[in-house]
Design a protein around this ligand. Structure first.
Ligand code: 5GP
Ligand code: ZN
Length: 137
């Protein structure tokens, strides 16, 4: 299984750094985030080192998402969350700080401090059409 000796999440997988594990199987592990956005904020990772969404293979991605869904269900049941956000940051330009693929499972509560990180505003039709062309050419 691919590991990176300099990666803090690989060190968590190896048991070299402590973590509070909430779910685990052969291929994935989920543990509480040390900087929780809300109570129960969990990081779900493949045990093998994959840098990000663009490099992880489909099997590892599927396994990680399946564990994320299990964690989301448990948080809904046990923590009385009113909803769940799944967040993945891919690349430094998109807030990724630990370069071992992970999904944040963030339970949501009435009156919690989280806000949508963009303001939904109707886009320019021509720009949307031009972007569509670039994506599908
Ligand atoms: P990113 O910013 O890469 O999407 O998310 C990395 C997450 O890992 C952050 O939310 C950060 O709080 C969490 N984190 C960083 N180092 C550790 C650690 O040593 N233990 C745990 N449990 N979480 C960590
Ligand atoms: Zn790693």
């Amino acid at each position: 299984m691919a590991q990176d000796p300099d990666c803090i999440f690989c060190k968590i997988v190896a048991g070299e750094l402590p973590s509070l594990v909430v779910a685990e199987d052969d291929d994935t592990v989920a543990f509480l985030d040390v900087n929780p956005a809300t109570p129960g904020h969990t990081v779900v990772i493949p045990k093998a080192h994959h840098r990000d969404l663009l490099t992880i293979d489909d099997d590892a991605l599927q396994a990680t998402l399946a564990t994320a869904r299990r964690v989301a269900a448990t948080a809904s049941d046990r923590l009385d969350a009113v909803g769940i956000n799944l967040v993945n940051n891919c690349g430094a330009g998109a807030w990724q700080t630990v370069f071992h693929f992970h999904v944040h499972v963030i339970p949501r509560y009435e009156d919690d401090p989280l806000r949508l990180p963009w303001v939904p505003t109707p886009g320019d039709r021509d720009e949307i059409t031009a972007t569509h062309a670039r994506l599908t050419a």
